[in-house]
Design a protein around this ligand. Structure first.
Ligand code: TYD
Length: 208
């Protein structure tokens, strides 16, 4: 599907390590922006479910990617083409950060981006919810979640990967301090979204 610039919506992604609070913030943004399409990766589809269950990093990479291909085709591209603003809780950068950390001996992060580039769509803006991994881990333990990813050493590496990516693409990434209270974090995220919408409107719908 070809995306026409004139009637193109916007793609905003939410990224960060487990326990950063993205999902809670996504819920609050949903109330604030009821016309937006809110979605997430991994999806609840069969491949997304399989990706969540898999613990082998190389299999994870390709399953998360297959889930992404399905997510793009079935939700993101049609919504963007019809002019909608789409907010995705996790997207390509999660693959680069998580599988990039788990497969670091074998696969460079750039290769993960290269794998997506020919067929995927890069976000217009990525909100990176930044939190110290030990604080994030404490939040995860409180809510009873323990996954392979929620181990501190790994989370530190994932967090470092997100930081590297954000410093490489400062026009796309907005770093949000997620150690503050939820209302403050949500307000910051909403203000960045409003800024992006204003920028788009002042440029006649053409951001790129
Ligand atoms: P998460 O959004 O945290 O889902 P849940 O609410 O079920 O915890 O995502 C699940 C995990 O999958 C999370 O630890 C991050 C990881 N993940 C990857 O490793 N690579 C990816 O490409 C994606 C989308 C997620």
């Amino acid at each position: 599907m070809r995306i026409m610039r004139a009637d193109r919506g916007l793609l905003i992604t939410l990224e960060g390590i487990d326990g950063a609070g993205k999902t809670t913030i996504a819920g609050m943004l949903k109330m604030r922006f009821p016309d937006f399409v809110f979605t997430r990766e991994p999806t609840e589809g069969p491949v997304g479910k399989m990706a969540r269950r898999t613990e082998e990093p190389l299999e994870q990479l390709f399953l998360f990617m297959a889930d992404h291909a399905n997510h793009l085709r079935s939700c993101i591209l049609p919504s963007i083409s019809s002019g909608k603003v789409v907010v995705s809780d996790r997207y390509i950068d999660s693959r680069a950060a998580y599988q990039g950390a788990l497969l670091r001996e074998m696969i460079p992060i750039d290769w993960i981006y290269d794998l997506h580039r020919p067929w995927s769509l890069m976000p217009d803006m990525t909100l990176l919810f930044r939190i110290d991994p030990s604080v994030a881990l404490e939040r995860c333990t409180k809510r009873g979640a323990t996954s392979l990813f929620e181990m501190e050493t790994l989370l530190r590496e994932v967090s470092r990967n997100f930081d590297i990516m954000a410093s490489r693409e400062p026009e796309r990434f907005v770093v949000i301090d997620a150690e503050r209270g939820i209302p403050e974090v949500a307000e910051h995220a909403a203000s960045e979204i409003l800024k992006l919408l204003r920028r788009r409107d002042s440029q006649g719908g053409d951001l790129l």
